[in-house]
Structure formats: C-alpha cells, structure tokens
Design a protein around this ligand. Structure first.
Ligand SMILES: [Fe+2]
Length: 277
C-alpha cells in the first residue's frame, strides 16, 4: 500500500466510529475524494494555501444579502448535481433555487399580471399541474418570480415596488393555472467577489439563460423548485450555473388572434409532481 493510501485509510478509521450513520457515510466519502484530489493533482503547498485563502474570501463575502458559497456551488455545477440526485422519477425536473427567492409573495387571482408594463413584453403563461400519472391536482400552488427588463429582481432594484414580478397562483379543479408576466431577459450573476475571479480565470461568462422561477407545491406531493426557460435565449447552452434542462425549455410563441389581446407572447408549461415520500 502506498503512503498516500495508508494515510487515507488511517484518516477514514479515525472517523469510522461516528454514531450518526449518514454523517459517517458523508465524512468518509469527503475524506476519500479530498485525498484523491490532492494525490491525483500532486497539489503543492502553495496551491493548497491559495485554495484555503479562496474559500476564506468566499466566506467573508457572505452576509444576510449575499451568499457567495451558494454562488460558488452554482458555478461549479454542484447545485445542479444535488438537484439531479434529488429529482423524483416522472416529476418535473428541478433546477437551482438561486439567490433571489423571497418568501411571502402575494396570492394572486388567475390571469393576474405579476409586473408592470415597463417590466417587458406582456406574456401569458398557462398549463396544468398533474401527478406523475397525469391526473390533475386541484389547489396546487405556483410561487413564481423573475427579473424585470433591466435584468434586476425587485430585491436588487429600489425602483421596483416590493414583490414586483412575484406572485402565488393556485390551480383550479382541472389542475389548470394561468398568469401574466413579461418575457424574461438574461442577467449576469455577481462577479465582484472571489467567484468572479474564478470565472475570469476560467474564461467563462457570467450570464444566466433567461427564465421564470417557479416552486410548484401541493399537499401530499413533493414540491419542485424549477424554471421555465425561453427556447430562443442565447445562453441556453452555456448557462453560468448549469441550470438548464431540456425538459424545462418552452417556446414563447407570438400571441395569435385566439389569444388575449393584451399579451405579446404565450407559453404552455405543464408541471408534474410526485407523491410525497
Ligand atoms: Fe433567476
């Protein structure tokens, strides 16, 4: 056995008696992967210290308004990997919650507009919430939020009223829902911190594919945190946080003569929820 391997085994043994079995499993896997990372890359002392200083800077930027660790997890694809690991079979695919969710959005009537005319092109979004066998779920809620035409959420923009472009809609007896919003635009994730340094060093851009956020929930079902993506967006294949799933991409079709006259685009988006496990 190599010295590397002997050391790893010794460290694993030191943590093997943790009484909590899940903590034991997570700690063991973390130790194995961290040791393998250092061995595989022949990590130098300078690089090890630079990594620790980077993580320190990430932590020092975190406060009530800013979560640089979530951003780091997002740009490394870890958040997306956790979403994948927790996706329920047959249900709408989950994707990142992101940093701009705000609880307590107002409950709105079917068809209501969540924003203002200056937020962008009026868009009707409609569909059904069903279980994984296609049976409608009445009384399901869609908590939706998105940015305005300037790429900012209400929480970032003092010119927007509180809860602008946010709302909770409830499905009817047939599982149907409908609301008005605006066609979303792409926005940049913050690059004024260590995560920005990482993106620049990697030659990556910091744009998100345009999207409407939704948390779809119903009593007795697993809630899904997801997005509706615009099929015509230029960042679909290079989303900064790896949030795009093909199954979540929707056409924003121009409104026709059979659609309400006050909207420019119409989107059909159904959601499926799995039973609570
Ligand atoms: Fe977002």
């Amino acid at each position: 056995m190599t010295d590397d391997r002997k050391l790893t085994e010794e460290v694993l043994r030191a943590y093997a008696a943790a009484p909590d079995p899940r903590l034991r499993e997570l700690t063991a896997a973390l130790i194995r992967h961290l040791h393998a990372f250092a061995a595989e890359t022949r990590l130098t002392h300078r690089e090890w210290m630079a990594g620790l200083e980077f993580l320190t800077a990430v932590g020092q930027l975190c406060d009530d308004q800013r979560q640089e660790f979530v951003l780091l997890s997002d740009v490394l694809g870890l958040s997306a990997q956790v979403d994948n690991a927790n996706a329920a079979a047959g249900a709408t695919e989950p994707t990142v919650l992101g940093p701009f969710y705000r609880p307590g959005a107002p409950h709105r009537a079917p068809g209501e507009h969540v924003g203002r005319p200056e937020d962008g092109d009026a868009t009707l979004i409609k569909g059904r919430v069903t279980d994984t066998s296609g049976q409608p779920i009445a009384g399901a809620t869609l908590d939706v939020w998105q940015c305005s035409a300037n790429g900012l959420y209400d929480t970032q923009d003092p010119d927007q009223p509180p809860f602008n472009l946010r709302g909770i809609f409830t499905t009817a007896a047939d599982g149907g829902y409908v609301f008005r919003t605006v066609r979303p635009v792409s926005y940049p994730i913050p690059v004024d911190g260590p995560v920005g340094d990482l993106l620049r060093a990697a030659g990556r851009h910091n744009w998100r594919a345009s999207h409407v956020h939704a948390i779809v929930a119903a009593a007795g079902y697993e809630p899904v945190t997801t997005h509706i993506f615009d099929a015509e967006n230029e960042y679909l294949r290079s989303d900064a946080v790896f949030g795009v799933r093909d199954s979540l991409v929707r056409a924003f079709r121009p409104a026709g003569p059979d659609d309400p006259a006050d909207v420019r685009f119409v989107v059909d988006a159904d959601f499926a929820l799995a039973p609570a496990g």
